[in-house]
Design a protein around this ligand. Structure first.
Ligand SMILES: [Fe+2]
Length: 359
């Protein structure tokens, strides 16, 4: 509880913090509490912050709301009907769709052991009630600001993905190249027993590996004849440009080696760093094989599509010539041949993508 001497400054903080200086839409707060009166008190305390409230008296009802509405903050009591607040919080944080949802847990039970239990269950903040109204307000506003910052990062990431697809369409005249590349790379990654994070990097790399081509002029990108040395220099720069575009996003750090090294060759004659053999990051080698296969088996304005079998034979030739990983190419070819039933392939790939999206 706030003492009398601190109440005035705290009230001032609460009154003068302007939520809309950082949020440009009305946030929605989900109040989860089995007691009507408690929900009313919290709502009354927060009624000046310009938020919309939705209420749930039970965790099952809260999950239904979370599945159907955009929520910015969950404020829940430690003691709930059905399952307690800690269990509710654990379930929330275990689900990929709600794991980043900020949770403020309220309780009237004193004791550090309860606080520790509340925090370890995944609650982002824990507040003993009754607290001074300004403390609750300030805590909620701070959590909403943090959520808004996370949302804007999310938006930046989806803008990057959209941009990457636009680049692919401009370059390769096909909108689903990224998707196929992503699926093939992930499928091979699964067969190699890679971790979820590595699979996620492959999934994202499928979309982002050529994002640096956004800075390459059409005259070079779409040139039908041979590129001269100056034009090649510009073309090769797409891996550095791509790395620079994605570097500020912490969540894309594991994709950077894919972007930088997806044009290295096994024998050291590729670019950017002329890496050789297993010095080339594994994820970049995987994505490269999927990329080459998809390019061979897709129609372009200047060439016809090879059949899957013809593209596989070409990949094997490139491995024999020293360009591609000689261990990964047979695995990739085997993967395609063992999945000759197209519908089975699509089903498996969809399941994999879902698996990754839930990781
Ligand atoms: Fe590339």
């Amino acid at each position: 509880m706030a003492s009398l001497s601190t109440a005035a400054p705290l009230a001032a903080i609460g009154e003068h913090v302007e939520l809309f200086t950082v949020l440009d839409t009305e946030p929605t707060i989900l109040l989860v509490d089995g007691v009507d009166l408690n929900r009313r008190v919290v709502k009354a305390t927060l009624n000046t912050i310009g938020a919309r409230f939705v209420e749930a008296s039970r965790p099952s009802q809260a999950f239904q709301i979370l599945a159907s509405e955009r929520i910015d903050l969950v404020v829940c009591d430690m003691f709930l009907p059905e399952v307690n607040g800690m269990e509710f919080c654990r379930k929330l944080k275990a689900d990929r769709n709600t794991q980043l949802m900020p949770v403020l847990m309220l309780t009237s039970v004193q004791g550090s052991e309860h606080e520790v239990e509340g925090i370890t269950s995944g609650a982002d903040e824990y507040l003993l009630q009754p607290s001074h109204p300004s403390v609750l307000k300030a805590r909620v506003l701070s959590m909403l600001r943090h959520k808004a910052a996370l949302d804007s990062l999310d938006e930046v990431e989806s803008i990057l993905f959209t941009l990457a697809q636009a680049v692919e369409e401009r370059d390769k005249c096909t909108s689903d190249h990224c998707q196929r590349l992503s699926y093939f790379s992930v499928e091979l990654g699964i067969r190699l027993g890679l971790s979820r994070n590595e699979l996620l990097a492959l999934h994202r790399g499928g979309y982002l590996h050529d994002i640096g081509k956004i800075g390459i002029p059409d005259s070079i990108l779409n040139k039908t004849g041979e590129l001269n040395e100056d034009e090649w220099r510009v073309m090769r720069s797409h891996v550095i440009r791509g790395e620079e575009i994605c570097r500020p996003m912490k969540s894309l750090s594991s994709v950077l080696p894919i972007i930088r090294h997806h044009h290295e060759k096994w024998d050291g004659t590729g670019y950017l760093d002329k890496l050789k053999g297993k010095d080339i990051p594994l994820l970049a080698r995987i994505l490269q094989i999927a990329d080459v296969f998809d390019a061979l088996s897709s129609e372009r304005s200047y060439k016809k599509a090879l059949t899957t079998e013809e593209a596989c034979r070409q990949l094997e030739k490139e491995a024999a010539a020293g360009w591609r990983d000689p261990e990964l190419v047979p695995l990739f070819v085997n993967m395609l041949e063992s999945e000759s039933d197209e519908s089975r392939m699509s089903r498996n790939l969809r399941a994999m993508a879902d698996g990754i999206n839930q990781s």
